[in-house]
Ligand binder design. Structure first.
Ligand code: C2O
Length: 520
């Protein structure tokens, strides 16, 4: 936004996109409110004008397994009706992370490699296939079985645990590890224990998960190791139309589907990556909104990478024949697909990479409320381990690193550029109301445009101008995606079909707040 000329108002248009609501035979509505405020990069979290009251010290403690309840948030067509883990009979099986480290071998760093490169390493592929098969062969009651591991993700994302067990039930205020600052650390810890279990099952403590390097041209296809239908890495509920050689669309939109009209190209994906990685220059923009004890997850908003390409790649892999894009396209079922772990390995890598990018504020949150928040997992010896975020900030603490790969999207070549021709003074702007003339709530049943005046004061060098859209209401279970364009100058450039022309867009940042309405 900083490149907008202060004399030129910007318009914002939103495209509603949604899927599969027809099955309920109801109209989909969405309300959008728009605010513009100055957010400085140095702003402390406590100044968040939308922050809710905090209970206790603000951190969200690792859940007690015993408080897990059948989740009300599972759709009726789900193959499972309960995501809860087995409860250990013996409390001596509960240990701290320090104690866990004494029972595990982390002395030699495990190196996670790109999934497209391991194709040249048949020994590695055999190990991975063997390890996943061994997990699938464990009895369902074993906490290390593939099914139980997949359910771990389901429990943490479908409202099975109360956020604060001594205050709430899971129904009142469920714990949610998506849409906010728990997203990166939760998945890092989850993959850590998953990887340790695989290593143990094949007797190789240095076994490392591969990562699906979808942000690199060579990785922009579904990795072939996952699509050979005779191995344990194959999964039935996927979009087979997206198997290689189809190129991944990092900004995939289920409604527009593959007919979006834009040629998915390497350049297009690298533009998306540049925007998501380089413009997110504060912890909140990159990792999502803070989520403290007592906050409700419906007020959250995910960080840049969580929204795109994390969510979009989930949707791109999921089976379009399934009601909500299962398995990868829905959180409760996503981890039943072995590709999930390679997808998240790359998301996890990007967190590490982001911290190395230039910029004073590309750092982890420093709030104790975040650092002391935590999760509960089984380890490879079936001990229950309570972990906190502060112990996972450096992957070396967890005994692994990523193989260095080229992050081409860093290059300025992939920066969205304003089209100079339209910046001339006699450019025609579309007739659109100003934000004050716009009646809220807006129902996103068609494209909406309006002018938002820039604040008179120009942002200082260390400030970001942030467009905040809040009070978005939508039906739960269904993923909602809509696009916001800044400086859509009325030449019809900003349609789904020409969205690949990123040069048409000004750089912008959007923080989304979602409020859920449950389907009746
Ligand atoms: Cu926990 Cu990729 O979702």
């Amino acid at each position: 936004m900083a490149t907008l000329s202060p004399t030129i108002p910007s318009t914002v248009s939103s495209f509603p996109t949604h899927e599969r609501l027809g099955m309920f035979g109801r109209l989909y509505t969405l309300s959008v409110l728009l605010y513009l405020f100055m957010g400085t990069s140095a702003r402390t979290l406590g100044n968040d004008p939308f922050e809710l009251p905090i209970l206790g010290d603000g951190s969200i403690p690792p859940p007690e397994l015993i408080t897990c309840q059948n989740s009300a948030q599972l759709p009726s067509w789900a193959k499972l009706n309960n995501c809860c883990p087995p409860i250990p009979e013996n409390s001596s099986k509960m240990i701290t992370f320090k104690e866990h480290l004494n029972t595990t071998d982390n002395t030699k760093l495990r190196v996670r490699q790109p999934a497209h490169e391991v194709v040249k390493d048949p020994e590695f592929i055999r190990k991975l296939e063997r390890a996943i098969q061994a997990m699938k062969d464990l009895p369902d009651s074993d906490p290390r079985s593939f099914k139980q591991q997949a359910k771990v993700h389901c429990a943490y994302c479908s409202g099975a645990y109360p956020q604060l067990p001594w205050i709430y039930s899971a129904a009142d205020n469920p714990l949610q590890i998506h849409y906010g600052w728990l997203f990166f650390p939760f998945h890092r810890w989850y993959l850590y224990f998953f990887e340790k279990m695989l290593g143990k099952l094949i007797g190789d403590p240095y076994f490392a998960l591969p990562f699906w390097n979808w942000d690199h041209p060579d990785g922009m296809q579904m990795p072939r190791i996952f699509t050979d239908n005779v191995t344990s890495l194959f999964h039935k509920f996927r979009n087979t139309g997206h198997f290689a050689p189809t190129m991944v669309d990092l900004n995939y939109d289920e409604e527009a589907g593959d007919d979006a009209g834009h040629q998915i190209s390497i350049k297009y994906n690298l533009h998306i990556m540049h925007r998501q990685m380089m413009y997110a220059n504060t912890p909140e923009l990159f990792m999502g909104r803070c989520y403290r004890a007592g906050n409700e997850w419906s007020r959250l908003g995910g960080g840049s990478i969580e929204n795109v390409p994390h969510n979009t790649v989930h949707d791109w892999v999921g089976d379009p024949e399934m009601p909500n894009g299962e398995d990868m396209g829905a959180f409760y079922s996503a981890a039943f697909d072995p590709i999930f772990y390679a997808h998240h390995s790359n998301v996890d890598r990007l967190w590490s990479v982001w911290k190395t990018l230039p910029g004073k504020f590309r750092k982890d949150f420093t709030s104790k409320d975040w650092l002391d928040s935590g999760f509960t997992f089984y380890d490879e010896n079936s001990n229950v381990v309570k972990v906190t975020i502060r112990d996972c900030l450096d992957t070396k603490n967890l005994g692994y690193i990523y193989k260095d790969v080229e992050n081409l999207w860093v290059s300025e070549d992939f920066k969205p550029k304003p089209r100079l021709a339209l910046k001339t003074s006699n450019a025609k702007f579309p007739a659109a109301p100003t934000i004050d003339e716009t009646k809220f709530p807006l129902v996103l049943d068609s494209t909406k445009k309006f002018y938002v005046m820039r604040p008179k004061q120009k942002p200082k060098a260390n400030e970001n101008l942030i467009l905040l859209i809040e009070d978005i209401e939508f039906l739960s279970f269904f993923r909602v995606k809509f696009d916001v364009f800044v400086n859509d100058e009325g030449d019809k450039s900003c349609t789904r079909t020409t969205q690949s022309l990123l040069e048409a867009l000004q750089p912008f940042q959007v923080v989304k707040l979602g409020k859920q309405k449950n389907p009746v």
